[in-house]
Design a protein around this ligand. Sequence first.
Ligand SMILES: Cc1cc2nc3c(=O)[nH]c(=O)nc-3n(C[C@H](O)[C@H](O)[C@H](O)COP(=O)(O)O)c2cc1C
Length: 327
Amino acid sequence: MNALDRRLCVAPMMDWTDRHCRYFHRLFTPHALLYTEMIVAAALVRGDADRLLAFDRAEHPVALQLGGCDPVELAAAARIGAAAGYAEINLNVGCPSDRVKNGSFGACLMLRPALVAECVARMRDAVSIPVTVKCRIGIDSRDDYEFFASFVDTVAAAGPAALIVHARAAILGGLSPKENREIPPLRHDYVHRLKRERPELCLVLNGGLGDVASVAARVAGLDGVMLGRAAYHRPRLLAELERALIDPAAVPPDAEEVLAAMVVYARRERHKGVRLHSITRHMHGLVVAQDGARAWRRFLSEIAIRPDAEPETLNAALPILRLPRAA
Ligand SMILES: Cc1cc2nc3c(=O)[nH]c(=O)nc-3n(C[C@H](O)[C@H](O)[C@H](O)COP(=O)(O)O)c2cc1C
């Protein structure tokens, strides 16, 4: 059940970690566990599951994140996800947006640990792949360690394969989702303390991790780390972490190799009617802190964005990628 390698995970991010983004990320890290954007269970059960769940085999291993609070519906959605070939089903207990709050799921489930446990139990009954939970440490004024530990104890009794903790509370009144990823203080110490007190739990730390040194310092004693924004904005970080955490012999791909692989991918997707921009919008971070970074971004936003842009158009950017690194 727990056989997935969770040492390095890329966070679920709505509108960002779609299948094109995951394909791109996979080129930097052969082993990271990649997460989908949150998919609402009801949409999966009643909607176009094939479209919502499509992915390329090269993305594997990929975990499907579900949003919902109805144990029966979540179990049905988990079954659909497992049948589609996902490696894990994850329940979102951390999203603070109004849309999610109105549906009574996401972060507000931090106040309903027994319901979360029931959801986990039903999903576990429905599938043979691991079921995990991504949560916060607390909600609104309930951000004390005792609240967090008590939430985890109730949920852990249902046997999730891992808990991924975005180590800050969610504030439901007054903060936007973006502010909710920045303003409530990070409490990585809560996750470390929990692991010391309950070593049998598989715990993955998330929130504010942005470079190899800070990851190496904070992963010690835990089962893994999950990175969101830093990985999206600078995907090369994933290659650095692959080497630091998983395989010291891993050779990071250079930008030209990544571009060549993405041209091949984009050509394949073109046949399915996918516009180049749907793919390249995730590739801004390919060139960072190099002389060419600005030119690369301009290339993507002026040339690759054109509706008739062909995948081969990307080759015109090779001279930009070859510009020397800034000192
Ligand atoms: C654009 C964006 C969308 C997000 N969407 C989701 C989501 O669908 N499900 C979820 O659990 N978390 C979502 N998050 C939160 C991230 O998964 C992660 O917990 C958060 O960004 C903190 O990690 P970081 O500091 O490494 O970015 C999102 C974050 C961003 C930036």
